[in-house]
Design a protein around this ligand. Structure first.
Ligand code: SF4
Length: 458
């Protein structure tokens, strides 16, 4: 059980103690199936760093899939992501890193249905492409490890169905000679992707799965085991770990699910500076929809509630608006509604606070997409991500006014319906700027800075 992983077996230790037991020494495969938590100790900072590295892989897969990459492109992508993020300076620790990061992310992503769904689907995809990248020998030994209860088709049956089986192979564009003549009979509902893509012959409720399609079976099995484990982990999390670890692991775990993995945009860069003279023009041209919506609401209503003020103020700071200009900007609007005196008394403090000039003098970081998308604005509030918060009609109107053409608009709406909000924003960016944004939009200040770069180069 996962609890034993943390409390009886795996001891998360402070930075002065080193890992004392190498799991890799006991490990027979470099492709773990994560059936049991490892018996090892891990330093607290590795606990987080390994998880962040694996998250980069999973987020890369998520982007690739939602961009509609083909299976062979996904294979290349997973290979690159894995190589870039999951290496370790000590070769013997590579498998440990793989295992630890997986189990840490189980804790992070077990905590609600939406998180579980995302993690399950990304880990299942990761498993699929890693399996396909393995040699046939490793693939066969993994197949044995799964110990699947399916029967191989006998020679006599294979001969009697050969024509039909070959017909399916041809219809999928493969050559007959490239497919092994070993088939397994499997209840059709256990290979939904093969059935859905018409890549398998079905007879009396049984799908005839060729050896080279076996990965679908393994993915189904892997996914089902992981799904059960996540539910179990969640129970343990709620019942014990969350409270017991409230000062140590809980804050790390809770922050990881909304963690943003790019630059923090706290300081303006070369492509970000913003002055009051052209702020309206720049907002129209280079603000992402979330900030443009707040900006327009502020101009129209001369007021924004707390959540909106925070989100926009930090964005403007990261976009290069100086504190004095920020105060002038907010005051010019709020004064029209509440009067200059009340602005000075009640609102100016929070603006200065966001710039680190009041209170603890922390220099607050502008919010990432992940954080904004997770926020839930109430009635009369305008923060959050419009791709998530707006109804479809309002979103269409907003996108048209940003200059998104009909075809791109339908694509954006399609992504929103599938809840790929950042990808919808990326497609909007690409449609407006006529330039691709391969890394995807992860931060409103990235959108702004990339947009400025493009306009400056033209
Ligand atoms: Fe803003 Fe990010 Fe949503 Fe785009 S995806 S509108 S940048 S929060």
């Amino acid at each position: 059980l996962f609890i034993s992983y943390f409390h009886l077996v795996m001891e998360v230790i402070g930075s002065r103690r080193r890992s004392s037991l190498s799991f890799a020494e006991n490990s027979v495969s470099t492709f773990p199936l994560y059936r049991e938590a490892p018996e090892l100790e891990v330093r607290l900072e590795d606990f987080e760093l390994y998880a962040v590295d694996r998250l980069r892989v999973l987020k890369g897969i998520s982007d690739g899939l939602s961009r509609g990459k083909k299976p062979n492109e996904m294979e290349d992508l997973v290979k690159q992501l894995w190589k870039a993020n999951m290496k370790h300076p000590d070769e013997t620790q590579v498998v440990n890193k793989d295992i630890i990061s997986h189990f840490v992310l189980r804790l992070v992503y077990c905590r609600d249905e939406e998180l579980r769904r995302w993690f399950l689907s990304m880990e299942a995809s990761l498993f699929r492409y890693r399996f396909l990248l393995e040699t046939p020998d490793v693939q066969r030994s993994l197949l044995l490890e799964f110990d699947l209860p399916y029967k191989a088709v006998s020679n006599a049956e294979y001969e009697s169905l050969k024509d039909k089986l070959n017909q399916v192979i041809r219809s999928t564009g493969q050559s007959i000679s490239s497919v092994d003549s070993i088939y397994y009979k499997v209840p059709f509902e256990q290979v939904p992707d093969l059935v859905g893509n018409r890549r398998v012959f079905i007879l009396k409720g049984l799908a005839y799965v060729a050896m080279n399609q076996v990965v679908s079976l393994l993915v189904t099995e892997y996914r089902s085991n992981l799904s059960k484990a996540l539910v179990l982990t969640n129970r343990k999390w709620i019942a014990m770990i969350k409270e017991q670890e409230k000062d140590r692991l809980t804050p790390i775990v809770e922050a990881l699910s909304t963690s943003y993995l790019g630059p923090d945009y706290n300081q303006p860069n070369d492509h970000t500076e913003l002055s009051l003279v052209d702020i309206d023009k720049v907002a129209k041209r280079s603000f992402p929809l979330c900030m443009r919506h707040l900006f327009d609401k502020l101009r129209d209503d001369h007021h924004l509630k707390h959540g909106g003020r925070l989100q926009l103020n930090l964005f403007l700071k990261g976009a290069g608006l100086k504190l004095d200009d920020a105060l002038e900007f907010w005051k010019s609007e709020f004064s029209k509604k509440v009067g200059a005196e009340r602005f000075d008394k009640e609102y100016a403090y929070a603006i200065r606070h966001g710039y680190g000039k009041e209170g603890k003098r922390t220099d607050y970081t502008p919010y990432s997409c992940q954080k904004i998308i997770c926020s839930t604005p109430g009635v009369g509030e305008h923060h959050g991500c419009p791709y998530r918060q707006f109804g479809e009609e309002n979103l269409r109107v907003a996108l048209c006014s940003m200059g998104v053409g009909n075809r791109a608009l339908e694509e954006v709406i399609g992504k929103v319906r599938n809840r790929h909000y950042q990808l919808a924003c990326t497609l909007t960016f690409e449609a407006i700027h006529g330039a691709s944004c391969d890394e995807g939009i992860n931060h409103p200040n990235q959108y702004y800075s990339d947009s400025k770069k493009i306009s400056e180069s033209r």
